[in-house]
Design a protein around this ligand. Structure first.
Ligand SMILES: [Fe+2]
Ligand SMILES: [Fe+2]
Length: 250
């Protein structure tokens, strides 16, 4: 396995490891490094991928200068290597939402994490500012959240828009159809009545780039893609409710 590095927006780098045998089409596991005076990593990667990701980060910055360790939610691919990163970077701190910190990270992180309120910003210096947004149970995980880098309009989506395969680092085509197909394969989302609304709320950010954890990054009309994904989840949830005899809301 190798980890490929590509700049997907100004000062934002995708570190991508393709695992070919996970599904028939394979799947990528992506972390994102945001350059700044206080460099930030979104997704630590799996613990057993740490050497690959550390070397990828080392091609961009000295790993020991990493300041912030962030991720979408508490699962192995999102944050399995968090303590390895904390060991390598003595000034680094995990930052996540209140739920994740209370439920998992106060205990699981080897140094105390920082709690981020919904909408709270971290100024990374060098013109980069990230905003944390709670997306509970969306696509899964009570503690789920996403991170938006304001200067580039880059939304680090976590598992939202998950797709199979190994596309180029940055695409301009459809990312909604492949996400719908992956949901049909994995059923990875916690379908919930508020899900469409939660996803649609991210469209108000009008992101120019969507940085997918499992899939390519997308440059284009992020709001349109987000709204289309929300529409599909509304349809999917409506279909499931109908199966159980509940009428669809008008
Ligand atoms: Fe996940
Ligand atoms: Fe993931």
């Amino acid at each position: 396995m190798e980890t490929r590095v590509a700049e997907i927006a100004d000062g934002i780098y995708r570190l991508s490891t393709f695992v070919p045998d996970l599904t028939p089409a394979g799947m990528t596991f992506n972390s994102f490094l945001v350059r700044g005076e206080e460099p930030l990593l979104f997704h630590t990667g799996l613990r057993n991928m740490f050497p690959l990701n550390r070397d990828a980060v080392a091609s961009l910055i000295p790993p020991e200068t990493l300041r912030w360790i962030t991720f979408g939610h508490y699962e192995a691919d999102e944050c399995g290597a968090m303590n390895e990163w904390l060991a390598v970077a003595p000034g680094a701190q995990v930052a996540h939402g209140q739920t994740g910190v209370s439920v998992s990270l106060n205990d699981m992180a080897s140094r105390p994490p920082r709690v981020l309120d919904d909408g709270e910003r971290i100024d990374l210096g060098g013109g980069k500012v990230v905003r944390y947004i709670d997306t509970p149970h969306t696509p899964h995980g009570w503690d789920a959240g996403v991170l938006f880098e304001e200067s580039t309009g880059t939304l680090m989506c976590g598992d939202l828009f998950t797709q199979l395969g190994n596309e180029p680092a940055l695409v301009h085509g459809d990312v909604v159809g492949p996400a719908i197909a992956a949901e049909d394969v994995f059923h990875y989302s916690s379908l919930n009545p508020g899900m469409g609304m939660t996803i649609r709320g991210l469209a108000t950010l009008a992101p120019k780039t969507l940085a997918l954890m499992h899939g390519p990054s997308f440059a284009g009309d992020g709001a349109a893609a987000i709204n289309a994904l929300a529409d599909d989840y509304d349809r999917r949830i409506g279909d499931r409710l109908a199966e159980f005899g509940f009428a669809r809301a008008a």
